[in-house]
Design a protein around this ligand. Sequence first.
Ligand code: SF4
Ligand code: SF4
Length: 396
Amino acid sequence: MAEQVIKPDLDFVKGIIESGGESLKKCYQCATCSVVCNVTPEETPFPRKEMIWAQWGLKEKFQGNPDVWLCHQCNDCTAYCPRGAKPGEVLGAIRKQTIKQYSAPSVLVDIVNNQKLMPLIFLIPAVLVAIVIAMTGTLGIPDGAVIFTKMIPVLPIQILFTPALIFGVAVGALGVKKFWADMKLANGVSSGDLKTSIIDTAKQVLSHEKFKDCDESKDRYTSHLVLFYSFVILGITTAIGALYIDILHMESPFSIGYGTPVKLFGIVGAAAIVVGTLLMINNRFKNQETLGLGSYFDWLLIGIIGVVGFSGTLAYLARLAGIGMVAYPVYFIHLVFVFSLFIYLPFSKLAHMFYRGAAMCFMKYSGREAQAAAVAQPAVEAPVEQEPAEAEKKEG
Ligand code: SF4
Ligand code: SF4
């Protein structure tokens, strides 16, 4: 029999341990986690197999592996693991490592998620935004009524933020292209119904139905749903704002004293981002005993989203109240964090919007989801016993 040589990638294991997967080595392969996970497919279930691959440093097993992305980090497995190996958190750490395989340049994943470099990752956008403000507006507190365009006009904002968003989305899209090709190769899939798979995935994402399968942290469904729709609302609001200003050449729908449904919609989106962040933080603390508090990788994203929501809301309220000393500095912070959100999109935990979406779509495209459903349902229905009288009638 040919001898199989296993070559562990120790840097990969070290990366997982440093990203919040320090409990990895405690796993003794009992498989309780795969049994209690309500999200995993019936055949080749996760996360037990991922735990052993990660322990052995089998990095190549995660190349084109959709399973780590199908995990919704509900932590049911962590709550039931008899060894305290926290498989939910280990999978989160593995996801961070796999982002490095697909979001290029991968060094940015390490920089963005390195706690020691946190001041730097916000300082760079802050300096950039300050330079643009100094060149095009007022780097200080302008006199008179609080109007943010006195500090920075709309055009420089567009020139700065549009490429940042395009960069974030383009890196994510290229990563998905590579991930998709790897999934097809690793799973021996050559074709499928892409259009239907995309439509069904979109429905699944919009309804957040997978989150409903979680037992231990059911509240995550609500907080994630609220945050998800806050982004959708704010995205639509921004697009309509650009339509008013750039295409229709009308007054900004967000001007004070100019009441529009668009403005109201934007206020709902901003309120939702604040509420969603508070719910998410509350869930983390409420369940920390059984599920753990999460890693820096988790908290960085919550922090960026939270600051975007709170600073946007506070800047708006201070503007309404006419308090320029508060409104302008807070607006500056808001711009810095929105910019950070855009450029770090494919390198932070937010990259899950690309890779989890692709993995969910691949499940349908490859037919694995349909197979899993068939395994879950008995293929042949048990024969219904007939009443003796009925049977006699038929025979007669
Ligand atoms: S992670 Fe925990 S539950 Fe899962 S196989 Fe390892 S020891 Fe068992
Ligand atoms: S965190 Fe939840 S979805 Fe992920 S493996 Fe554990 S039980 Fe399954």
